[in-house]
Structures are given as structure tokens and as C-alpha cells.
Design a protein around this ligand. Structure first.
Ligand SMILES: *Cc1c(COP(=O)(O)O)cnc(C)c1O
Length: 415
């Protein structure tokens, strides 16, 4: 992508866009929820479909002029159906949070009860945090991960479900490094007669590629993001059985949203098409292998990983056992100075605040897109460790920064 046209009319915005491209090219993105989409996805996202009003669904629009919007949305739906195998797919949610909103609107009444994982244990704001609409409209109870093992406390979840009697149980998490046992959570949902929403936002691509168990066909509703482990650009998706199809569609539009962002739906169609290529399965496998290599190496340096390792694309480091006086925020800031971008994160049993927590979360989706293999990820673990161990040593930060420059030159990204 070049920004020549923007530059000609709006140099200030062009400056920022070019700055962002250079930033992505020249740093190692390890935010576990991010990825780098292809030029084809970006081109589709910047198409004339941004002009189009396509309220409704393919073949049933409220406005004229939707024949190509219909084509694009149908392609996105058909490809998603092939990727995840759901009976019904809605590709219109603007984001993963809006996808969850659609499910709540379809399945719940105001005042109904949500049972979800505590945010500081790896849950998500849209699962009923008081700062999110879901926490204000519904009654929310939380389950946790086991303090010892770091795995979801499935037994505790069942006990809480029996006493709280939820209308919906939410599984799927933002900072959870282990495989989720969707069948076990479904059994609990069945036992208390609750719906089960499996929010696979982080692992959408891993599930599509078959490297994580799929909740499709198990949970009543499955929501996902299209920009995390799958490279289809920013957005959300909802999947469900045919029996909920019309409720979900009317909950998304007109329930939660107006006209769909058809240019982003075009991005989804292109990204889903790419994910249907055999190469994507190798990408997803490599993403997981890379996270394991990263985690193993961090452990060899003596760092403590929540749950002792990873099954997916991310690791969560609890700094307290090895570096009790170092906070996640300090490490995040020093690493960013060195060109490695990840985020400070709360850890189970957090003793600091959400703004300055005791952990860091690191993911491999972006590095794997750049072409990193396990050996390179082990080296990145060494670099991260160097900064964790001396976050305020300018020489260390400068040395890491130099090595990051070499790595970003070797593993190129956007032209
Ligand atoms: C990222 C994420 C979402 C969606 O977030 P958006 O920013 O709204 O796309 C939803 N649920 C979980 C568990 C997530 O990690």
C-alpha cells in the first residue's frame, strides 16, 4: 500500500499512516491479539464498498444497489461455513465485542444471568465487566482459573453454575494459554439448563486450522474475531445452529448495529479465502510451535509461566516468582523502547493493579506471519529475558534494539 493519494490531499494523515507502516515493519509485534493482514485484505477493506448501505442480509436488503455487496457477503459466509463448519454464520458484527452483544441480545432478557471467567484470570470485558454494557444490563457471576495449576477450574465452574443458576455460560478467553475443554463446559451448561457461548476471539484461526478443538456443534453460540489468529481484518463473526439463525441475524441488525461495514466484510471474504489454502494450516501449526518454543526458552531462563506452558499462540509470564520487584508495565515499556511490542497483563491471583500488573502476555501470530520459526522465537525469548532482567539498563535495551533491527530486516513485512 502506498499513501500517495492521501499524501496529496492530507499530508498530516499520510504522515501517520506511513509512520504506522514503518512502525509495524521495524518492530516485533507480540501483542497476542494482533496479526498482520495481506495487502489483498487491505485493498478489499479500502474498496468502494465503504460507500454502500446494505442493511439487511444477502437477497433481503432495505436499500437498492446491493448486488455486489450481496456477492461479497455471500462469499464471506460460504467461506466461513467451510472454515468452521457451522450451520449458520453472521459476518456483520463490527468487532468481537459486537458479536457477543448480538448473542446476548438474541439469547437473554435484561436482568438475566451471565457466568463468565474473571477478567483478571483471562476473561474479556464483554463477558460482563461492570465497565461494559453487559455488566450493566445483566447479572454477572464469575468463575476462575485454579490458583495452583492456572487451568480453568472446571469443578469450581460447575459448583458456581449450580448455585448461581445462570442463563448463559461464557467460555473462551483473552489471556489463557491452554486448550479449552468446551465439551466439559457444555455438560455444565446442560446440567443447569443454560446456553453456552464459546467466544473463540483469540483462537478463531487455530480452530479453523484444526489445531485447537472446535466448539462448533458443541456450544449453542460461537463468536470470534477476524483479526487475531486469522488474518481477515478487523471484525467479528457469530456462528450458531439453524434454530437460532433468525434470532441472531435480527440481534445483529437491527438489534445491535445499523448498516454493515461492507468494506470490512470484503476483507473478511478475502482473509477467509486465504485461510482455506493449505498454507494456512501450516501457519497455525507454526504459530503454536513458536509459542511453545518461546515459552520453553523463557522457562529455561527461570521465568514462571502461568499454567506452566502453552497449548496455543500465547504465553502469560508471572514475573513475581523470578523478579518480585519488576512490574509488567516496566517490562512492557522497556521492551517497546527496544522494538518488541507486547502488553503488561494481570495474572491469576494478581497482587498489583490492572494498570501496573505483575505479568506480561506475549503471542506469536504476528512473528509467524513474518516467517519466524522456532529457532528465531527462542532468540526472541532471550531478548525478552534480557530486558526483563534489566529493564532500566540502557545498554541492554540498546543491544536488544539492535538485534530487533536485524531481525526485522531479515523477516520483512510490508513493502
Ligand atoms: C479480543 C476479544 C474479543 C473481541 O474484541 P474486539 O476488540 O471487540 O474485537 C472478544 N472476546 C475475547 C475473549 C477477546 O479476547
Amino acid at each position: 500500500m502506498t499513501y500517495e493519494t492521501v499524501r496529496a490531499t492530507d499530508p498530516a494523515v499520510a504522515e501517520a499512516l506511513e509512520g504506522e507502516r514503518a512502525r509495524q515493519n521495524d518492530t516485533l509485534a507480540m501483542i497476542a491479539s494482533e496479526n498482520h493482514v495481506s495487502e489483498a485484505v487491505m485493498e478489499a477493506q479500502s474498496s468502494e464498498l465503504t460507500n454502500n448501505y446494505a442493511e439487511g442480509y444477502p437477497g433481503e436488503r432495505y436499500y437498492g444497489g446491493c448486488e455486489y455487496a450481496d456477492d461479497v457477503e455471500q462469499l464471506a459466509i460460504d467461506r466461513a461455513t467451510e472454515l468452521w463448519g457451522a450451520d449458520h454464520v453472521n459476518v456483520q458484527p463490527h468487532s468481537g465485542s459486537q458479536a457477543n452483544m448480538g448473542v446476548y441480545l438474541a439469547a437473554l432478557e435484561p436482568g438475566d444471568k451471565i457466568l463468565s471467567l474473571d477478567l483478571t484470570h483471562g476473561g474479556h470485558l464483554s463477558h460482563g465487566h461492570p465497565a461494559n454494557f453487559a455488566g450493566q444490563v445483566y447479572e454477572v457471576e464469575q468463575y476462575e482459573v485454579d490458583a495452583e495449576t492456572g487451568y480453568v477450574d472446571y469443578e469450581g465452574l460447575r459448583e458456581t453454575a449450580e448455585s448461581f443458576d445462570p442463563d448463559i455460560i461464557v467460555s473462551g478467553y483473552s489471556a489463557y494459554p491452554r486448550e479449552v475443554d468446551f465439551e466439559r463446559i457444555q455438560a455444565t451448561a446442560d446440567a443447569v439448563d443454560a446456553y453456552h457461548l464459546a467466544d473463540i476471539a483469540h483462537i478463531t484461526g487455530l480452530v479453523a486450522a484444526g489445531v485447537h478443538e472446535s466448539p462448533v456443534g458443541i456450544a449453542d453460540f460461537v463468536t470470534g474475531s477476524t483479526h487475531k489468529t486469522i488474518r481477515a481484518g478487523r471484525g467479528g463473526i457469530i456462528m450458531c445452529d439453524e434454530e437460532y439463525a433468525s434470532d441472531i441475524d435480527s440481534a445483529v441488525f437491527p438489534g445491535a448495529q445499523g448498516g454493515p461495514a461492507m468494506h470490512n466484510v470484503a476483507g473478511k471474504a478475502v482473509g477467509f479465502g486465504e485461510a482455506l489454502e493449505p498454507e494456512f494450516e501450516r501457519y497455525a501449526e507454526q504459530t503454536v510451535a513458536n509459542a511453545k518454543a518461546l515459552g520453553d526458552r523463557l522457562q529455561e531462563h527461570g521465568l514462571d509461566l502461568v499454567s506452566g506452558g502453552t497449548d496455543n499462540h500465547l504465553v502469560l509470564v508471572d514475573l513475581r516468582p523470578s523478579h518480585p520487584d519488576t512490574t509488567g508495565k516496566e517490562v512492557e515499556e522497556s521492551l517497546e523502547e527496544a522494538g518488541i511490542v507486547l502488553n503488561a497483563n494481570t495474572v491469576p491471583g494478581e497482587t498489583r493493579s490492572a494498570f501496573n500488573p505483575s505479568g506480561i502476555r506475549a503471542g506469536t501470530p504476528c512473528l509467524t506471519t513474518r516467517g519466524f520459526g522456532e529457532e528465531a522465537c527462542r532468540e526472541v525469548a532471550d531478548l525478552i529475558y534480557d530486558v526483563v532482567d534489566a529493564p532500566h539498563d540502557d545498554d541492554v535495551v540498546a543491544e536488544v534494539s539492535q538485534r530487533v533491527d536485524e531481525l526485522t530486516d531479515e523477516y520483512t513485512l510490508y513493502d
